[in-house]
Design a protein around this ligand. Structure first.
Ligand code: SF4
Length: 207
């Protein structure tokens, strides 16, 4: 089923009722939004990211009914992807979810800083997990040539500056894919704001 640019709910192509790891120390549910602006060769969610229309849409009513019933037990809602900032009208989508009174975590590759900035200014996101793919000069090879070193730097530096926002917790993550050396990881750490830590994730090869 095709996505409808006027309906953000048409981008919902996955839903996980419970997760104990997507938001550290919280019991959350996870909403997966299809489509992505990158083509990382190591992507684990490539069907969701690149061909979301081949996955069934999860109806809004089903998610609302679930949240209505389970909101007392859940501690947060995680919005993941794909790349969530590719979803049109993301602000109104998050506003609807915020009506359940649960905090929201957004996973992002950080390449659309103005969308992120707006969501933070609206107070719609309480935790932001930002994937740093590697040092800026490795972005082309790490993203399927969808992002230049300059684009990476000019997008992610403003996101790092936003981490001074005290109403939102930031997590910077990097997956140690085979293209990255340990020197690259050290370089990524040096790019982060003072007092920020890098969460290093193991790479599990795509089958
Ligand atoms: S940014 Fe994430 S979802 Fe998009 S292609 Fe890369 S790994 Fe896949």
């Amino acid at each position: 089923m095709q996505m409808d640019k006027h309906n953000p709910w048409s981008y919902v192509r996955g839903f996980q009722s419970y997760s104990f790891c997507d938001w550290p120390a919280k019991i959350s549910c996870v909403v997966f939004l299809g489509s992505c602006n990158l083509r990382c060769p190591t992507c684990h969610n490539y069907q969701l990211a690149w061909n979301p229309e081949t996955l069934p849409q999860i109806p809004r009513d089903r998610i609302f009914a679930y949240l209505d019933k389970q909101k007392e037990w859940l501690e947060g809602i995680v919005i993941s992807g794909g790349e969530p900032t590719c979803t049109p009208q993301l602000e109104s989508f998050l506003n609807e979810l915020a009506g359940f009174g649960l905090p929201i975590k957004l996973d992002t590759n950080g390449l659309r800083p103005e969308i992120v900035r707006n969501l933070l200014e609206q107070g719609l996101v309480q935790m932001l997990a930002v994937d740093i793919k590697g040092p800026w000069d490795k972005y082309p090879v790490l993203t399927g040539n969808k992002c230049t070193p300059q684009q990476a730097r000019e997008s992610l530096e403003p996101i790092m500056d936003m981490s001074v926002n005290k109403d939102c917790e930031f997590q910077f993550r990097c997956t140690k894919v085979p293209e990255l050396t340990w020197d690259d990881i050290e370089e990524v750490k040096s790019l982060l704001p003072v007092n920020s830590k890098l969460t290093l994730q193991d790479y599990i090869p795509v089958n």
